[in-house]
Design a protein around this ligand. Structure first.
Ligand code: 13P
Length: 298
């Protein structure tokens, strides 16, 4: 068996992180945390009490094309703020540029913070100059990969099919794919939002339910604009129903993150919306004070 065929278990990652690196089907309990009863009292669309245990919130940062080694000081501050109480309450992930994955994984050692990447090639290796495979990112210390971010769909013309192949690649490398979907402003204005989400989910999701989905309305990214809470609730309920239809019970345990202009000031109300299981944070994840402010609201 070749090296790339073996499950990758980076020795330098902290213990207790099997939720991210332990294989394509992490145990269910890793996704769940005890929650106060009022947070469990949500009802499903039929008005019945939701009997599923609450999904442990995931607060994920996406540094995009920002950060050199100097930025690792911010990461260290994030880790310092990720205290025991916060660890119990939420998972913290920071998706850094590929150039920083290895160094960030070393800085994050034993902190409980996990490190992710922002894209990967669909193939494990080969003649693809400049590309980076999921296996390489796993080897560098990543435990998750964002795939299908709207900036890649726009800048690089990535299709749902390509996004799906990248999500499968992440799973093949025992990494957690964070599959991004979301409508443009024009699509929202013309009432196509749910149809777009349905199409992107159908085309971009891998076979396995061992994934995270991020709903990021394109028009809310980096603009300071956010949908109304009712619009977020509608989108997330729709995504949850689609996941349940596709994956059955396992679909109810998939974390659905909201992304787009999440800040400390609006995090609490967004994270309180039903079926919002965390946030994918761009600009506000670059500064430890802002990122921790969002975590405190979770
Ligand atoms: P902002 O938080 O800067 O709006 O970015 C969101 C995002 O694209 C995260 O992936």
């Amino acid at each position: 068996m070749g090296r790339l065929d073996r499950p990758i278990q980076p020795a330098r990652l902290p213990a207790g992180l099997k939720v991210w690196i332990g294989g394509s089907s992490p145990p269910m309990e890793d996704y769940h945390s005890p929650k106060p009863p009022h947070l469990l009292a949500r009802t499903n669309r039929n008005g019945r009490a939701n009997r599923m245990a609450a999904i442990k919130p995931l607060i994920a940062g996406n540094w995009k094309m920002n950060g050199t080694t100097a930025a690792l000081a911010e990461l260290a501050s994030m880790e310092a703020g990720y205290d025991q109480a916060m660890r119990v309450r939420l998972n913290m992930l920071v998706c850094v540029p590929a150039t920083l994955v290895s160094a960030a994984a070393t800085v994050a050692l034993n902190s409980g913070v996990t490190i992710g990447a922002q894209d990967c090639h669909a193939k494990p290796s080969g003649a693809h100059t400049g590309d980076i495979s999921a296996e390489m990112l796993a080897d560098a210390g990543a435990s998750a990969i964002i795939v299908g971010h709207s900036e890649r769909r726009t800048d690089h013309g990535e299709t749902d099919e390509q996004v799906r192949a990248k999500a499968e690649a992440a799973l093949r490398a025992h990494l957690k794919p964070i599959v991004c979907i979301g409508e443009t402003e024009a699509q929202r204005k013309s009432g196509e939002t749910l149809a777009v989400l349905k199409r992107q989910l159908a085309g971009s999701l891998p076979e396995s339910a061992a994934i995270v989905v991020a709903y990021e309305p394109v028009w809310a990214i980096g603009t300071g604009l956010t949908p109304t809470l009712a619009d977020i609730a509608e989108a997330h309920a729709f995504i949850r129903a689609e996941l349940a239809a596709r994956f059955g019970e396992a679909g109810s345990a998939i974390p659905i993150l909201y992304g787009g202009s999440v800040k400390p000031a609006n995090a609490a109300e967004i994270l309180a919306v039903a079926d919002v299981n965390g946030a994918l944070v761009g600009g506000a994840s670059l500064k430890a004070t802002d990122f921790l402010g969002i975590c405190q609201a979770a």
